[in-house]
Design a binder for this molecule. Structure first.
Ligand code: F6P
Length: 366
């Protein structure tokens, strides 16, 4: 009987529960034993109660809940070989040789390294008498699949990462709320959104929220942007616009690589325009709360496909990232996706680069 484990790792994201639920129920339906690993990759190392057998009912009433009910962590220990040795021992002792990992590129690369090292890890465990040769022989392969859980929409190989849609909704609610108070006082607001390397949330929320200006990491504004931004906001006021909204991604930079901060933009607007300007940093509110409808059905789709992928893959399979393209399940070799993400700005892969080029540093409201 095959045994599948599922875990969530790295920063949490709305919709992770939907993936867990779909993996568990699909694998049970296919006749497999299913385990949930608590606290991400760290749970593999800790073993004990951190690895629990799940049945159909274990994942009831979780799809609509935010966060991840099986916990997550950024495990430092899993980056060490000793940590991965402990993890391998915990898996073979339970007969688990298939793993679905839900997380960002760091967690998925860690899982892929674990898979690549698998035979060597088992040899070392046998040599140090931590497992029997027979146990090692019966688990000679680890099969993995990855699903990207990240609000940033920051991975090549899928149109959307699990959580990005919900985060975008949360940002739009905030921008709508800020617009009304801004308009009442004729104020400007600088709204800082998450996205260390990827401007997806900033760009899309600026478009959907009708903001006046946006800064994203992928496309630093040209020299003189400060004058241009102020001039556009001034022109908006002169034309009768009562609210001004500037969206800044947390990872925004200028062409010299210097950070563009929300506070810096606020100070600039106050000084140059004499505007009453406020900063709102949305922070972890973007990651919390209930998933959107999309972040329930899409995770179900990819979780179902990921469970089938690990159950059907042969021993020599190449690990896949299970994502969506045009609302259909789409598989990409996992490490191709991770490597491409480091090379290609994410917005290009998502077909958003032209929008980014056109919108960055320009007013959306003219
Ligand atoms: O990767 C998702 C993300 O939300 C980033 O946008 C943000 O910079 C980071 O996580 C915050 O992480 P933490 O919760 O560890 O502070």
């Amino acid at each position: 009987r095959p045994a599948v484990a599922v875990l969530t790792s790295g920063g949490d994201a709305q919709g992770m529960n939907g993936v867990v639920r779909a993996v568990v129920r699909t694998a049970i339906g296919a006749g497999a034993d299913v385990y949930a690993v608590y606290e991400g990759l760290q749970g593999l190392i800790d073993g004990g109660d951190a690895i629990q057998r799940f049945d159909w009912g274990s994942v009831g009433s979780i799809q609509h809940r935010g966060g991840t009910v099986i916990g997550t962590a950024r495990s430092v220990e899993f980056r060490t070989r000793e940590g991965r040795l402990k993890a391998a021992a915990n898996l073979v002792q339970r007969g688990i040789d298939r793993l679905v990992v839900i997380g960002g590129d760091g967690s998925l690369s860690g899982a892929d390294l674990f898979r690549a090292e698998w035979i060597g890890l088992l040899d070392e465990l046998v040599e140090s008498d931590r497992i029997t040769p027979d146990l090692a022989r019966r688990h000679s392969h680890l099969v993995i699949a990855g699903v990207v859980g990240s609000i940033d929409n920051d991975m090549v190989g899928t149109d959307m990462t699990v959580g990005a849609d919900s985060a975008l909704h949360r940002i739009i609610e905030a921008i709508d709320a800020l617009s009304s108070t801004a308009a009442s006082h004729q104020r400007s607001f600088v709204v800082e959104v998450m996205g260390r390397h990827c401007g997806y949330l900033a760009l899309m929320s600026a478009i959907a929220g009708g903001a006046d200006y946006v800064m994203i990491p992928e496309n630093p504004p040209p020299p003189g942007w400060e004058d241009e931004m102020c001039e556009r906001l001034r022109a908006g006021r002169a034309a009768g616009r009562r609210d001004s909204i500037v969206v800044v991604a947390e990872g925004a930079r200028d062409r010299d690589g210097a950070p563009i901060t929300s506070q810096g933009v606020r100070d600039m607007l106050e000084e140059r325009l004499g505007e009453d300007t406020r900063v709102t940093i949305l922070g972890h509110v973007q990651r919390g709360g209930a998933p959107s409808a999309y972040d329930r059905w899409m995770p179900t789709l990819v979780g179902h496909a990921a469970a089938l992928e690990v159950l059907e893959a042969g021993p020599d399979h190449e690990p896949q990232l299970v994502g969506v393209r045009s609302n259909r399940v789409h598989l990409t070799p996992l490490m191709d996706a991770v490597e491409a993400t480091r090379e290609i700005p994410r917005l290009i892969d998502a077909g958003r680069y032209d929008e980014a080029m056109a919108m960055r540093g320009s007013s959306f409201t003219e």
